[in-house]
Design a protein around this ligand. Sequence first.
Ligand code: NDP
Length: 254
Amino acid sequence: MRSPLTETVALVTGASSGIGAATARRLAEHGASVALVARRKDRLDELAAEIEKSGGVTLVVQADITDRGQAESAVQQVVERFGRLNTLINNAGLMLLGPVVGADAEEWERMIAINVQGLLYTTRAALPHLLRAAEDGPRRVADIVNISSIAGRLAWNGYGVYNLTKFGVNGFTESLRQEVTQRHVRVGVLEPGGVDTELGSHNTTEVRAAMIDPFYEQTEVLAADDIADGVAYMVTRPRHTAIGELWIMPTDQV
Ligand code: NDP
């Protein structure tokens, strides 16, 4: 059966690992050409080779999207290569946990830079192309999916600035949804609970031992593919149906 994504073009940020890599694979299986954006080019090249071996079409774009110029250039490269952009998955992110008292402010800046600013820069650069795709592309609809988190719905001690960024992503998503939905750009947020990825590995040994490892040891967490399923569901709905929010949890996680 022909997928609604056949002949569409998707850009996935943070495609070098975890949820982004799984989502890129899944969208390619649906027939989308997929632009893979992240900083680790070796990982993107590996994924591109794997997708192309299965008949998919990819473009590797090495970019640090916390730099506005690089985020804009990434979008531009995609449109130059494929002529259009139908789907944007804002997935790149960072989670550094720990108390606010005595925190390393540089860790806050890094999280805000990627979780908030990177998402904003990429979205701003992509919107004119998404609006054009919604107006005169074959599907006459385009999509933005922002990967937020359960930490965008619930706040916990020790998650302060990560909570701040993900609550912010949820608020921005809803505001933008209202702005462009009647022009048929669907804007939705996907909020995963615990997923087995590299996300926790960027924390200090102490934080991992106190706040991350026990959770992963006690919980049957999600696989990145479970989230890719959710993204695929959101972006393959018929034109009149928009999924504004999708919250996907491990059954085990309270
Ligand atoms: P990973 O650490 O595996 O992936 C993070 C991705 O973000 C990597 O591909 C990384 O690529 C990319 N990235 C980080 N900084 C930048 C940057 N400056 N420019 C471009 N890309 C960047 O974690 P996940 O797959 O788990 O995370 C994906 C999203 O899912 C995040 O937004 C996270 O907050 C969210 N999430 C994850 C959950 C989980 O339990 N794993 C739960 C809820 C939400 P590179 O380093 O190559 O640049």
